[in-house]
Design a protein around this ligand. Sequence first.
Ligand code: XBP
Ligand code: MG
Length: 265
Amino acid sequence: MILKAIIFDVDGTLAETEEAHRVAFNEEFAAWGLPWEWDKALYKELLRVTGGKERIRHYIKEYNPPKGEEVLEKVPELHKAKSERYMRMIADGSVPLRPGVKRLIEEAKEAGLKVGVATTTSTPNVEALIQATMGKPAAEVFDAMACGEEVSAKKPAPDLYELALEKLGVAHNEAVAIEDSRNGLLSALRAGVPVIITPSDYTAGEDFTDALSVVSHLGEPDMPYEHIHGFGWAQSMVTPEMLSRWIEGWAGRPRPPAMPEPPQG
Ligand code: XBP
Ligand code: MG
């Protein structure tokens, strides 16, 4: 078996967390007396810029909102307060794991695979989500985590996946990524890692042509996924055994050429 590790994205992949992030941003803006409101359509646009601090800076520069200039130098402080608000919001488990996530993590461990995380969000947010949904610390669930604060270039740059591979001690063609967004797809592909996409509420409709497989979710015994593109037709759940077979066809495939970066804040 070539497959040695599964690397999960967090926001949108483990759980539909982006709506909680959006509400936390808006509530924090209001707490700071800022007349800023990120509605769902605007947030979908803003998600092209990964990372909360980068997203706020991009919004100020591109949308020129009232009080933008004076907030620019306080972005780290504003974002820290938003993150604390977000963690309080999800602490009661009200944002559940997506179908098949817990199952696949457990099956992967039983099969002797390593399980990691590559996310643009910060470590405390991942720890809060895992504690709330799985009832134990993230360190007991994942063999390694690569989080936003550890790299200088977030997705779609390859740095987070390269860091996850290094921490897990596996090569790029011994791992598979589970992602929900095009930025995540590009990040993994640029690190040479093949990708399974489970589109989320905010990323449905993005271009996932280069994914190994696109399925509606990872699937449960009583909740088969809907096959959208690539490998996985006539199946119902993503399993370690299926992933192993899929990446055998991928091993050795050259990395795609670098592509232009989307705007950064
Ligand atoms: C998705 C993101 C994050 C969240 C907000 O990350 O782009 O920036 O929207 O999180 P993932 P922060 O790679 O997990 O899908 O405010 O903590 O940055
Ligand atoms: Mg994501």
